[in-house]
Ligand binder design. Structure first.
Ligand SMILES: *[C@@H]1O[C@H](CO)[C@@H](O)[C@H](O)[C@H]1NC(C)=O
Ligand SMILES: *[C@@H]1O[C@H](CO)[C@@H](O)[C@H](O)[C@H]1NC(C)=O
Ligand SMILES: *[C@@H]1O[C@H](CO)[C@@H](O)[C@H](O)[C@H]1NC(C)=O
Ligand SMILES: *[C@@H]1O[C@H](CO)[C@@H](O)[C@H](O)[C@H]1NC(C)=O
Ligand SMILES: *[C@@H]1O[C@H](CO)[C@@H](O)[C@H](O)[C@H]1NC(C)=O
Ligand SMILES: *[C@@H]1O[C@H](CO)[C@@H](O)[C@H](O)[C@H]1NC(C)=O
Ligand SMILES: *[C@@H]1O[C@H](CO)[C@@H](O)[C@H](O)[C@H]1NC(C)=O
Ligand SMILES: *[C@@H]1O[C@H](CO)[C@@H](O)[C@H](O)[C@H]1NC(C)=O
Length: 333
């Protein structure tokens, strides 16, 4: 006969085995998801030209600099223009720095010493990447380096991007904000009514580019989300949030009056800085919007968000950094 004490122990083991927490694997943290108010003192940013604070592509100040001010945190910027996730997968025309071969090694080197070390509990890591991996000269046009016998695919690229969390976790990082890919099919470079520009002046079918880019961004975002959901329960003590840049930019595109505040008519299809090229030529006509009119635009040039769009990104990421609930952010752990 089983004593009541042993029976209760067996029952609790059985109940635990079938509890949702057990089904999802071990607990990821002390129970609460996301960040606590006032917890974060350092912001470490990774990514491409959307985030680069040295070579700035919005005609003004980049969003991480605004976040540092809005949330009063110290900024450690590692994003580099032209970056793809890994040069193993994506070979761009120039030898651009990449996340895995340049940005992460530089960060690890900078924080290897006792003085460079950042307190994991007080540090939030962000990644906004994918535009170059998906874009022209990469997945969109099919140019990518041989990966053994097969070519790099969207699956390889998203695995690489998600591995940023695991790699930093292995080096002690605990708080992650993953910024997904925007509606690139609306950026002038990839829009249906595009023109020959500084990023692409060769013949192309703009409708096909836009349709394919929409598929690539939606698929990439679904793949990274699913992979992060699978990864989150395996990383004890980690907090992983997905910042839905895609939905935010779709909302800015559809409801610009809620975000854009310049002195010109609101504009979500043009750009502050445009260069119209001759097909296959190196001659172009450029126009540049000046002053307070700039804040009426969603895009800065044919590829990049405007400074006002970036201020909105910064406002929202600052809210996350402060540990406040944010409408674009879902915490997985
Ligand atoms: C839970 O953690 C234990 C001990 O660390 C480990 O052996 C086990 O594989 C983990 N289970 C899951 C589902 O991650
Ligand atoms: C998971 O967290 C709950 C609540 O903090 C705790 O009661 C439980 O023992 C934890 N389980 C594991 C496997 O760590
Ligand atoms: C900003 O942070 C610094 C360092 O943590 C602190 O000394 C200062 O009081 C903060 N400023 C504001 C306005 O909160
Ligand atoms: C790139 O390839 C090298 C050589 O095969 C490998 O050691 C490295 O881990 C790869 N990097 C990534 C990010 O996959
Ligand atoms: C690593 O950091 C040291 C100083 O901390 C610097 O001298 C060295 O150039 C760095 N190496 C790389 C590869 O960044
Ligand atoms: C461009 O692609 C679209 C969609 O495939 C097609 O309907 C259209 O005919 C193409 N235009 C040209 C000029 O080839
Ligand atoms: C638009 O709003 C931002 C704050 O989001 C402000 O910094 C900027 O000066 C405003 N632009 C204009 C033209 O008023
Ligand atoms: C620039 O604009 C002028 C005047 O409209 C035009 O004659 C010229 O061909 C244009 N150049 C290019 C490179 O499009």
């Amino acid at each position: 006969m089983v004593s009541s004490k042993v029976f209760l122990q067996l029952l609790s083991v059985a109940l635990f085995a079938f509890s949702p927490a057990a089904a999802q694997g071990n607990n990821t943290s002390s129970g609460s998801k996301g960040l606590k108010p006032g917890q974060i003192k350092n912001l470490v940013t990774f990514g491409d030209s959307f985030t680069d604070t040295v070579e700035v592509h919005n005609g003004g100040t980049q969003w991480p600099v605004y976040v540092a001010g809005y949330a009063n945190v110290s900024l450690h910027p590692y994003a580099r223009s032209g970056a793809a996730c890994s040069n193993n997968l994506t070979t761009l025309p120039q030898a651009f720095p990449s996340l895995f071969e340049n940005e992460l090694p530089t960060y690890y080197n900078d924080t290897a010493s006792a003085t460079g070390k950042l307190d994991p509990a007080k540090t939030l890591y962000t990644l906004w990447i994918g535009t170059n991996d998906l874009g022209d000269n990469a997945l969109l046009t099919g140019t990518s380096k041989e990966l053994g016998t097969s070519k790099a695919s969207l699956v390889d690229v998203t695995k690489c991007i998600v591995n940023w969390v695991q790699d930093l976790y292995n080096h002690g990082a605990r708080n992650f904000l993953f910024q997904n890919i925007i509606n690139l099919e609306k950026v002038p470079l990839y829009a249906t009514d595009s023109w020959p520009n500084r990023y692409w002046n060769a013949q192309r079918n703009t409708t096909e580019w836009s349709v394919f880019m929409r598929e690539l961004t939606l698929s990439a975002n679904a793949l990274t989300s699913l992979q992060l959901q699978a990864l989150a329960p395996t990383l004890q003590g980690a907090h992983i949030g997905i910042f839905d840049s895609h939905s935010l930019f779709v909302d800015m595109y559809n409801n610009p009056k809620n975000y854009l505040n310049g002195t010109a008519p609101l504009n979500v299809d043009g750009a502050v800085s445009i260069c119209v090229y001759q097909l296959n030529g190196d001659q172009s006509n450029c126009t540049e919007v000046e002053g307070t009119d700039r804040d009426s635009y969603l895009w800065f040039d044919e590829l990049h968000p405007s400074e006002q769009a970036d201020r909105i990104v910064a406002r929202e990421v600052a809210q996350v950094t402060k540990g406040v609930t944010n409408q674009w952010t879902t915490w997985l752990s």
